[in-house]
Design a protein around this ligand. Structure first.
Ligand SMILES: CC(C)(COP(=O)(O)OP(=O)(O)OC[C@H]1O[C@@H](n2cnc3c(N)ncnc32)[C@H](O)[C@@H]1OP(=O)(O)O)[C@@H](O)C(=O)NCCC(=O)NCCS
Length: 152
């Protein structure tokens, strides 16, 4: 793609809803997942709710929101300070390869340092090479494997 301004990363705002929903649809279809409309609505509502542990950072480039990181802050038993889980990371296919994804991760590191989070973590599918190329630059992969039971 052509020259693109380096993205600015900021907190998602109510006016970002249409852009976020468009990117979210791209993200869930990338995972070939169906997220019901009421879940998407609840997630967006929680993102905007300062009382919720979910928050969202958006990357803006040339005046357009081109990517997002949805995160959850939670407590931990090994540390006193909050831990940040990066649950969802997505960059518009037309804006990839120029550093937007990396900027979203770097923003969380900067934010976490300034807000006193103890840790930032995330996981991805073993074969997600595009994502892992970024992640490997920030830290080494550990040897945990994930077990998950769907309960509802
Ligand atoms: C993973 C993802 C967020 C990366 O976003 P991005 O903005 O392309 O990331 P960056 O530009 O910071 O880094 C991408 C890397 O791929 C390279 N790249 C070059 N051209 C590219 C292209 N057309 N598309 C993708 N990556 C490209 C970049 O140069 C960079 O590697 P390098 O720094 O070693 O050169 C994005 O591909 C995405 O949304 N994928 C689908 C959803 C997903 O996998 N999310 C993560 C799930 S955990």
């Amino acid at each position: 793609m052509g020259e693109m301004e380096l993205p600015t990363v900021r907190e998602a705002l109510p006016g970002d809803e249409a852009a976020w929903r468009r990117l979210w649809a791209g993200y869930t279809s990338w995972y070939k997942a169906h997220v019901p409309d009421d879940v998407t609505a609840a997630t967006w509502a929680r993102i905007l709710d300062p009382g919720s542990a979910i928050f969202c950072r958006v990357a803006e480039s040339d005046g357009h929101v081109v990517g997002f990181a949805v995160c959850i802050l939670h407590a931990g038993s090994w540390v006193v300070d909050p831990i940040c889980y990066l649950e969802d990371l997505f960059v518009d296919p037309g804006a990839r390869g120029v550093g937007v994804g990396s900027a979203l991760v770097q923003d969380l590191i900067d934010l976490g340092r300034s807000r006193g989070w103890a840790r930032l973590y995330w996981h991805t599918q073993t074969g997600n090479e595009a994502a892992r190329r970024i992640y490997d630059r920030f830290t080494a992969v550990d040897d945990c494997v994930r077990y998950q039971l769907v309960l509802t």
